[in-house]
Design a protein around this ligand. Structure first.
Ligand SMILES: Nc1nc2c(c(=O)[nH]1)N[C@@H](CNc1ccc(C(=O)N[C@@H](CCC(=O)N[C@@H](CCC(=O)N[C@@H](CCC(=O)O)C(=O)O)C(=O)O)C(=O)O)cc1)CN2
Ligand code: MET
Ligand SMILES: [Zn+2]
Length: 760
């Protein structure tokens, strides 16, 4: 039997974020389109050669993107709303208009890609969307690779996942669903497959991850129909359809019964699929692409265990290829680029480049026998065993603290008495105005941090720079007339990384960048062991800021669920246990802030929705530990301390009860784009705490007029009594510039004052 090796996709931002820099320079008008295209071409070349030379038997193609692969698919098949084509821009600038907007036209909506921290652009599909093969990038990139001598397997988002992730265009009839257009889209995919076939393409990969979430009978019927139809085409490449991020359930049986040549499954996420594989009918005459190497986490694989799992699969399918569980887009490039990771932890790690080797070694062990790769297998063994047994993973102090927890540690005083106590101390006006925490991260601030890192300035000079910045932000807020101030978070590289750098149990990277959206990247910290907080992290800054003003300054912390969601986490204990450890560390921070005289403390949980399991059957368990972790982090506070939380992204439907259970005194949420509809949903579940529905969208540089904000506040007051309503933007301001921020906040305060006057 043939045994292959491949990966489902690869990072594309560049090992040194070359694409980020090229994009931002092009957008700023500092470089030309051809310079940008050249950087892109070099990055593609590098990736193809690297993957081929590493020894993969099949190299993925078309994995490069200037911004996002879902947008690329929309563009490939001509699904571009007219308001963008009407701008009369060339193809590259039309693409960026869709992604980022232009003065006159906001961008497409952006949302999270399944349960990851990656964001995709949401295609808009209407009854009149004209699907056709509108862009030839997948074909051109196949040729570009071929010219370098590399045979690639073009990767595209599959037609069902594409439509299931799309939304109905504004103005589409009420009952219209993007999926209603499946047949027309299928015709365009058919055209592309035909073209690729004529160019000699042997394999095409069509990703269908949408099928690891709950899907209707009808969705499964569509899946059957689509892949039967594509499979029956005579002029086509071989078809490989992977799902990932979860168990595809029945969709796997459906796919296996269609005439496609290969299916891919994520075997890292759990054992349920693996155990079922031998009974899946139709698999025996297909290639099974076995997602055995974790594409989302950074731990070196236990190759012995991978190989024994693989051995059990050999009988289940006609051929097997070892692969990653999902695209490697979600991990950094290369461990070897790191110079400063704790040498005891570094051998435990594998980033994209190392994962490719793992796939190759496992593939060769299966096809040629273990003897041929004995050295590689031996080399992998000791770091894996070392991590499993390392004493550095355990902190007995943390463990006994967890064991001693009692139900009262998760409960605060009654809300009514908290409310009264807080009002007595804080004396806030009605409709208090505030912001979500961060102010613009200026180039100056980042340069100062870079200078501290490379030793150009010392810690004292750095602290002075940050203090000056905080002073500026405090004065600005006073002058604008906000009620609850923030210090602006200039000292934080990132709201998760910053905390991890000040806690035990984490390591951080220098070059471990992972794309979050477009040119924006994060360096997810690596949570390898028991977590604790040796000393206060934020109090010094908060105290400083509070010392500068008579108005309350809100202390700013990141919540346990978000710290986990945006880190690479240990896989040797349940996530809920790790969450409790992080919660205790944050709880300590809350106490210290209180002791330092901070009376308002915000614990951000923007990722609460993101980690929600993709299948409903797992929701309750997740929400139970997630809510507990937040409550553990915040319940050590006295009743006079006002606890805020912040959740971004307006899709709250399935977590709405959990929001109530968080029991925060004030919750700020994204609402500007959803026109305050979420407020009624909150009322429906009995939410009766302070609520700050965002009054403008911070993701766009557009400055909202005071009238617009006034209108939104008016609408909010139809759903929320005035005593409970807060006024704030949708999210933090760190990605914006000062000019817009100042103007937008002035208009926010102006609108609030008008409403206050009208209520008198
Ligand atoms: N972890 C995380 N996930 C999140 C969010 C978030 O805030 N954090 N927000 C949501 C949206 N996602 C976002 C992700 C990234 C950024 C973002 O702004 N990232 C910055 C990097 C932030 C950072 O780590 N900054 C570091 C390093 C900055 C840097 O690149 N410095 C230069 C030197 C300085 C310079 O010349 O700019 C260098 O090292 O080369 C710092 O400030 O210290 C970027 O890509 O530009 C924003 C939102 C959802 N997910
Ligand atoms: C992604 S949520 C951001 C919350 C954080 N406090 C900020 O304002 O940046
Ligand atoms: Zn936010």
């Amino acid at each position: 039997m043939t045994i292959g090796s491949t990966v489902l996709g690869y990072p594309r931002i560049g090992p040194r974020r070359e694409l980020k820099r090229a994009l931002e320079s092009y957008w700023a008008g500092r470089s030309s389109a051809s310079e940008l295209r050249e950087v892109a071409r070099e990055l593609r070349t590098g990736t193809w050669l690297e993957l081929r030379d590493a020894g993969l038997t099949s190299v993925p193609g078309n994995t490069f993107s200037y911004y996002d692969q879902v947008l690329d698919t929309a563009v490939t098949f001509g699904a571009i709303p007219e308001r963008y084509t009407e701008l009369g821009l060339d193809s590259l600038d039309t693409y960026f208009a869709l992604a980022r907007g232009v003065e006159s036209t906001p961008p497409l909506e952006m949302t999270k890609w399944f349960d990851t921290n990656y964001h995709y652009l949401v295609p808009e599909i209407g009854p009149d969307t004209e699907f056709r093969l509108a862009d030839r990038t997948p074909i051109e990139q196949y040729r570009e690779a071929a010219e370098l001598g590399v045979t690639t397997r073009p990767v595209l988002v599959g037609p069902l996942t594409f439509l299931l992730l799309s939304k109905s265009a504004d103005g589409a009839p009420e009952r219209f669903r993007p999926l209603d257009r499946l047949d027309d889209l299928l015709a365009a995919y058919t055209e592309l497959l035909g073209e690729l076939h004529r160019r000699g393409v042997e394999w095409v990969q069509l990703d269908e991850p949408a099928f690891v979430a709950d899907r209707s009978r009808q969705d499964l019927e569509h899946l059957r129909r689509v892949y039967r139809a594509l499979g029956e085409l005579t002029e086509r490449p071989k078809l490989f359809v992977p799902t990932y991020f979860g168990d595809p359930g029945e969709a796997l049986d459906v796919l296996a019964a269609t005439p496609i040549e290969a299916v891919g499954v994520d075997l890292v996420v759990g054992t349920s699929v693996r155990d079922r594989l031998p009974t899946v009918r139709g698999l025996r005459d297909k290639t099974l692409v076995a997602g055995l190497i974790d594409g989302r986490n950074i731990w070196r694989a236990d190759l012995d265990s991978v190989l024994s799992t693989a051995a059990t699969l050999l009988g289940a399918a006609g051929a097997v290829a070892v692969s990653t569980s999902c695209s490697l887009l979600h991990v950094p490039y290369d461990v070897a680029a790191e110079t400063n990771i704790d040498p005891r932890v570094e051998p435990w790690l594998a980033f994209a480049r190392q994962k490719v080797s793992e796939v190759v070694v496992a593939g060769r062990a299966l096809s040629e026998g273990r003897a041929g790769v004995r050295d590689d297998l031996t080399a992998a063994r000791s770091p894996v065993a070392d991590r499993r047994t390392s004493e550095r993973l355990r902190d007995e102090g943390v463990r006994s603290r967890l064991e001693a927890l009692r139900p009262r540690d998760f409960r605060r005083a009654e809300y009514a008495s908290r409310r009264e106590a807080q009002q007595r101390v804080l004396k806030l006006p009605s409709l208090p105005t505030t912001t979500i925490g961060s102010f613009p991260q200026t180039t100056d601030v980042r340069k100062a941090r870079a200078a501290l890192r490379d030793g150009t300035i010392d810690r004292t000079a750095y602290k002075q720079r940050m203090t000056d910045e905080i002073e500026r932000v405090v004065r600005l807020q006073e002058e604008i007339g906000l009620d609850v101030l923030v210090h602006g978070e200039p000292e934080r590289n990132d709201m998760v990384q910053y905390f991890s750098e000040n806690m035990e149990g984490f390591v951080s990277t220098e070059q471990g960048w992972v794309q979050s959206y477009g040119s924006r990247c994060v360096r997810p910290p690596i949570l390898f062991g028991d977590v604790s907080r040796p000393k206060p992290i934020t109090t010094e800054w908060a105290k400083k800021a509070q010392g500068m003003t008579d108005r309350p300054v809100k202390g700013m912390l990141t919540g346990p669920v978000t710290i986990l969601a945006w880190s690479f986490v240990r896989d040797d204990q349940p996530l809920g246990d790790t969450a409790k450890q992080v919660a205790l560390a944050i709880r300590d921070e809350v106490s210290d802030l209180e002791a330092a005289g901070i009376g308002v403390i915000q614990v951000d949980e923007p990722a609460l929705r993101e980690l929600l399991p993709l299948r409903t059957e797992h929701h309750a368990e997740y929400l139970s530990w997630a809510v507990d972790a937040f409550r553990l982090a915040t319940s050590g506070s006295s009743e006079t301390t006002q606890i805020h939380t912040h959740l971004c992204y307006s899709e709250f439907g399935e977590i709405i009860d959990a929001i109530v259970s968080l029991d925060a005194d004030v919750t700020s949420i994204e609402a500007a784009r959803s026109r305050m509809e979420v407020l009624d949903d909150l009322n429906a579940v009995g939410f009766a705490r302070g609520i700050g529905p965002g009054v403008y969208d911070i993701h766009s540089p557009r400055v909202p007029r005071a009238e617009e904000i006034e209108q939104l506040l008016g609408a909010a007051l139809n759903s929320v009594p005035v005593e409970r309503l807060w006024v704030n933007p949708d999210c933090g301001l760190k990605t914006r510039g000062y000019a817009e921020v100042e103007a937008a906040l002035r208009n926010t305060v102006e609108a609030t004052e008008r409403i206050r006057r009208s209520l008198r």
